[in-house]
Structure formats: C-alpha cells, structure tokens
Ligand binder design. Structure first.
Ligand code: SAM
Length: 272
C-alpha cells in the first residue's frame, strides 16, 4: 500500500466512522483489507479505494465497516459497572421514573458488537424481582452489520460465556456441542439496530433512554470524533440519565455536559 493510498483510505474511514488510524499503522489496514483485495481480484488497494469511494454499491461501505472494526467482547465484561447499574443506579432510576408515573426502564448498549453486553443487561434485569413489573426495553446497536447479525442469532462459544455465572448459564442458555444458544426470553428483550455513532440521523432513532452503555469504542476515535459521539449520546438520554464508558476510557477534554459521579469506585457520567 502506498503512503498516498493509505492516507486516502485512512481519511475516508475516519470521515465515515470516526475510527482514527494513526500514521504508523499502515500495517493495520494492510492486514484488514488485504484479503478483500485478493477476493475481489483487484490490482491493489488503490482499486479498492476507488470502489468504496465512488462505487454505487452501499454494501461495499458495510463490508469496510465489518473489516476495520475490532469487535472483542464477552458476557459480564467489567462487572463492577453492572453491579453499580443493578444496585444503586437501578434504584435511583426507577424511583425517579415512578415519580413521573413511568413504569419502565430503557437502556441502550451503543456499540454492542456481537451482543454480549446487552444480553448481560437483559439477564440482570430478568433476575431483579423489582424489575418484574416494569416494561424493559434494551436497544443495542453497532456500525457493523456482521456483528449485528451474529448478535441476533445469539449463539456463543466458550470464550464469550466464560464469566457467566453457572446458574445463569443453566437458566438462559441451551448448550449443545460447546455452542451456547440464548433462550428466546432473553433475546426478546433486546432490539438490535444499525447505528453509526457519528451519524445524527442514525442516533436520532433512539431517544429518552435512562442509561447508556457505550464501552470500549471511544478508544478508536480521536477527540473530535469522541465529542461527536458523546454529544449524540447526550441527546439520546433523558434528563439526569446515566452514561457508562469503558473503565480504560475517559471524557477528559471531550465534554463538560456530564457530571462524573463515583459509586463504589465506579465512575458514572450523569447528564446535567
Ligand atoms: C470492542 S467492541 C466493544 C463491545 C462492547 N461494548 C464491550 O465493551 O464489550 C467495539 C465496537 O464498536 C463498534 N464501532 C466502531 N465504530 C463505531 C461507530 N462509529 N458507531 C457505532 N459502533 C462503532 C465496532 O463495530 C465494535 O463492535
């Protein structure tokens, strides 16, 4: 890949997804896109650039998102945050909603990858006696169609489920040949959709949510793209709603529109 093609591809990817690939990571694009160039029998990366930039087939852009995103995830990842959600935060949210006559809870997993995060939230809600009488809505979204289709299927390998408590494994999964399929009860709580966090139109589809989990995706963005994503998340939250980002991520230099609060050593950002 020539430096010029690298820069053009890198800029195009950034413009469309917010994913920022620094100068020293040409090898990353070569690794991720090399097979596609071969598969399509193209002469080189330049031809691929031409197709995604000027071609009329929208699937090409989706294919690119599938290739360049990093989709690592697993059930009950960063469990302290789920504990805080299920304890103190759930109480705050439902108390406040009850005051205005609301009998529901609405959650958005905003870069859900193959679904482990929103399905973890579904299990947590189903296990909570206080949530039984509530209407439970979990929205889950990603920029990659490939991970969304895998999420909708709800079938996982042993790596993904390694932190699922035994009792939940028995109750919410059917296990055949090392494949763990989620029960319909869990799947029916979760609505998957394609949302690019950089896209105002996409994110407008979600409004009035009580909590957003947007974890381990901001790390792929630069500050400007983080600001764009976080401002879209802000608009999707109801007043005083809560945002979780990954434990290794920060909103420093990104926004002052959220008040960081600390509960049991976990930082949660509240919309102000
Ligand atoms: C590492 S996974 C995080 C999954 C889960 N939130 C977790 O913490 O385990 C990051 C996900 O962000 C998605 N992503 C990257 N850029 C995005 C964008 N602009 N809009 C929406 N999702 C994006 C990727 O497709 C990927 O599935």
């Amino acid at each position: 890949m020539t430096d010029d093609v690298f820069k053009q591809l890198r800029d195009f990817i950034y413009e469309k997804s917010g994913i920022f690939i620094p100068d020293n990571k040409k090898y990353f694009l070569e690794n991720r896109l090399g097979r596609k160039v071969q598969e399509k029998n193209l002469k080189g990366y330049e031809d691929y650039l031409y197709i995604i930039k000027y071609g009329s087939d929208k699937n090409e852009l989706n294919g690119l998102f599938n290739l360049i995103t990093t989709n690592e995830t697993f059930f009950f990842r960063e469990p302290q945050q789920f504990d805080v959600f299920s304890g103190e935060l759930f109480k705050r949210i439902t108390d406040e909603n009850a005051k205005s006559g609301r009998k529901d809870i609405r959650i958005w997993s905003a870069a859900s990858s193959t679904g482990e995060e929103p399905y973890t939230l579904a299990m947590i809600l189903l296990e909570k006696p206080e949530a039984q009488a509530l209407k439970k809505e979990i929205y889950a979204s990603d920029i990659s169609e490939a991970v969304l289709s895998s999420a909708r299927a709800g079938v996982y390998g042993s790596y993904s489920i390694r932190n699922v408590p035994d009792a939940y494994l028995k109750k919410y999964f059917n296990n055949t040949n090392q494949q763990y399929s989620l029960t319909r009860g869990i799947k029916s709580l979760t609505k998957f959709m394609k949302v690019n966090l950089m896209d105002d139109k996409d994110t407008k589809a979600i409004r009035g949510v009580d909590v957003i989990f947007c974890r381990n995706v901001l790390i792929y963005f630069d500050d400007k793209a983080k600001q764009k994503a976080v401002s879209n998340l802000y608009d999707a939250l109801r007043p005083n709603g809560y945002l979780f980002i990954g434990t290794s991520e920060s909103l420093h230099n990104v926004t002052r529109a959220f008040k960081p609060i600390v509960i049991n050593k976990v930082i949660v950002y509240q919309k102000v």
